[in-house]
Design a protein around this ligand. Structure first.
Ligand SMILES: [Zn+2]
Length: 240
């Protein structure tokens, strides 16, 4: 517990530092959404970015979207102020025995998640959602997405080591989802992200296997993804 408290203190420092560097964005970019906690049943509000205020500045090759102004990714995770449960709109309500596990293991956070969020608060929220997803034995594809978003949050502030750590975790969950689970959304896109994360992690051999699979699999007809797989493979030839 002590270790966790220290980590949170470091984050708070980072939060305040970043706040002073970037300045604060206005609350009018945000609105409050009414939510009900999936664990304790209490109602609360969580801030979200208004869709009309989304301003995309660029999209990375692994679909990480950068925004000018308020970043909607910071607000994806809802943190219940009553019990500390963290969840996104992709979460399913945990079953009774998992609820008990969450109530026993998750402590209420003393931070305020209801207003403007810094990247530090967003990282804390995502890490809390990952803890909760693990406790309720959520699907691999959900964990793959949560860890990938956490990697992106670290990318936004140039923290390469934790970015890579979460990309490695994301690859592992995507792989498990792909091999073991039936419902993984768009398989071509999943294969591409697995290839691209491996490429970014320097695992060239694995990356090529995924890109080759997309290009050669006759069942894949997503032209955009096939083009991107070819481009990334080309990028690798250019740098090797
Ligand atoms: Zn709750």
């Amino acid at each position: 517990m002590r270790k966790r408290a220290t980590v949170e203190k470091v984050f708070l420092y980072a939060v305040n530092h970043i706040k002073s560097v970037i300045g604060e964005t206005g609350m009018d970019d945000l609105f409050l959404k009414n939510l009900t906690c999936l664990v304790c049943g209490q109602n609360f509000q969580s801030s979200k970015v208004r869709r009309s205020r989304y301003v995309v500045s660029k999209v990375d090759t692994d679909f990480c979207t950068h925004y000018k102004g308020e970043n909607p990714i910071y607000y994806n995770v809802n943190i219940c102020p009553f019990c500390g449960y963290g969840f996104t709109e992709s979460f399913q309500a945990p079953g009774e025995k998992f609820k008990e596990a969450i109530k026993n293991k998750i402590i209420k956070l003393s931070l305020d998640f209801s207003g403007i969020r810094t990247v530090g608060l967003a990282i804390l929220a995502y890490r809390r959602a990952i803890d909760c997803a693990l406790l309720q034995k959520a699907k691999n594809i959900l964990l793959a997405g949560l860890t990938l978003h956490t990697a992106w949050l670290y990318r936004f502030v140039g923290e390469e080591e934790p970015e890579k750590k979460y990309m490695r975790e994301s690859v592992k969950y995507f792989q498990d989802a792909f091999e073991k689970d039936a419902d993984i959304g768009n398989p071509a896109r999943t294969l591409y992200v697995m290839g691209e994360l491996n490429r970014r992690l320097g695992n060239d051999r694995e990356a090529i296997l995924y890109f080759a699979r997309i290009i050669n699999d006759k069942k894949i007809n997503d032209a955009g993804i096939i083009r991107m797989a070819r481009e990334r493979w080309q990028d690798m030839r250019g740098t090797n």
